[in-house]
Ligand binder design. Structure first.
Ligand SMILES: Nc1ncnc2c1ncn2[C@@H]1O[C@H](COP(=O)(O)OP(=O)(O)O)[C@@H](O)[C@H]1O
Ligand SMILES: [Mg+2]
Length: 375
């Protein structure tokens, strides 16, 4: 019997728990018609997993979905090639003739490429001109153009905030906003983990995407659902864990789904190696210590990239979480003046190293917090 926890892939099927309401809400929105949604929340809370489940549901209901992770296409050329390829593969009718693509993409010359499995993909002939608004519009219009009649589709752009680096001066956002306004048959889901940045894109009235999508915030799952999940996963592999021990496991990792899977995985590995049938609280503690140690190299590397005030703030928060950085807190942890702390806090929040949990600032990664506690 394999390990019943999995943190390497998106959670799917019985590896996936909770999120029932939001999943149903999203499903009915996309089944019933056009609606664009922006889904934001901190990293590792399960946004991509949720959307993967959702697109699975939609595909079953006959609505084709195309998902692109913008982090993986860090230039406009890469974006355009990957987008056209994915859209073509999923949405082109079976008998679609490739040369018709030329009539949709007038200002770009698509060059067909074949991957190892013989599937078509595109690259675009390098031209002297940079890909600009016109060429990008054509590629963004592709899903709408490929769909005929009443047929509908959903396009998912993960880590969408990263598009701001693809063209200067909000160029990508402007072009995309005006293109998708006329897409009657396509709905869009935008999600991302730099969530302050993403939220600003949709709530700042100076930005092109202002009020263009329903914003949905994704929070941690309810604790009791997480606890039940842990108990069930162990049980599915023939191991027992007491409810209080499962609660301890969930609490140690701040009830964050990714870390629950990671700590569950390591705890299971420990007891399975020792050929034991049930989990003790000590097992959870040992697994937690192991994981903090496994990542040491990564944490040391990260520390080297941070400023002194950022490091000091992280260390302070690993020892004492707080809802505000008042005089007393700053003095206790020798943090210096308030303006320094605020700018360090802003940067750490933006990069996802700290986040707010129940109104208090905490180090986002509980294994990193553990690493920081011991100099
Ligand atoms: N609903 C869930 N049920 C079980 N595990 C989950 C769930 N959501 C997330 N996870 C775990 O957390 C990991 C990170 O989730 P992911 O969807 O990549 O988060 P995000 O996109 O918010 O950063 C997944 O690989 C999975 O192991
Ligand atoms: Mg994600």
């Amino acid at each position: 019997m394999g390990n019943p926890f999995n943190y390497l892939q998106f959670a799917r099927g019985d590896q996936f728990y909770d999120r029932r309401d939001i999943r149903e809400d999203l499903l009915s929105r996309f089944l019933s018609g056009q609606s664009n949604v922006v889904l934001y929340g901190p990293r590792r809370y399960g946004k991509s997993s949720l959307v993967a489940e959702l697109t699975g549901d939609l595909e079953k209901a006959g609505i084709p979905c195309v998902t692109l992770d913008v982090v993986k296409v860090p230039s406009i050329d890469l974006f355009v090639s990957a987008y056209a390829t994915k859209v073509y593969r999923r949405l082109a009718p079976v008998k679609f003739e490739l040369r018709k693509l030329g009539t949709f993409l007038k200002s770009l010359r698509p060059k067909m490429t074949l991957d190892q499995t013989g599937e078509a993909g595109f690259s675009f002939e390098p031209s002297d001109e940079q890909i600009g608004a016109e060429a990008l519009t054509e590629v963004l219009d592709l899903p709408q153009k490929l769909l005929s009649g009443k047929k509908r589709a959903v396009v998912v752009l993960d880590e969408f905030q990263e598009v701001k680096d693809l063209l200067p001066n909000d160029g990508f956002e402007r072009v995309m906003r005006s293109a998708i306004q006329s897409h009657r048959n396509v709905s869009y889901i935008f999600l991302g983990s730099r969530y302050h940045m993403l939220r600003r894109m949709f709530t700042d009235h100076n930005r092109p995407f202002y009020k263009s999508a329903v914003t949905i915030h994704i929070d941690k799952p309810p604790v009791d659902e997480s606890v039940r999940f842990v108990v069930d996963r162990f049980a599915s592999a023939g191991k027992a864990i007491a409810c209080e021990t499962a609660e301890r496991l969930v609490a140690k990792v701040e009830n964050i789904p990714y870390f629950i899977q990671q700590l569950g995985f390591e705890t299971f590995r420990l007891i399975d190696d020792a050929r034991r049938k049930s989990v003790s609280p000590d097992d959870v503690d040992s697994a937690f210590a192991n994981l903090s140690g496994f990542n040491r190299d990564q944490y040391e590397q990260l520390m080297l990239t941070l400023s002194v005030s950022q490091k000091k703030l992280l260390i302070a928060l690993s020892r004492e979480r707080t809802d505000e950085f008042g005089d007393a807190y700053r003095r206790r942890h020798a943090l210096g003046v308030s303006s320094t702390v605020n700018s360090a806090k802003g940067k750490l929040m933006e990069d996802g190293h700290i986040e707010q949990s129940e109104g208090k600032y905490v180090v986002a990664d509980p294994f990193f917090a553990q690493f920081l506690r011991f100099a």
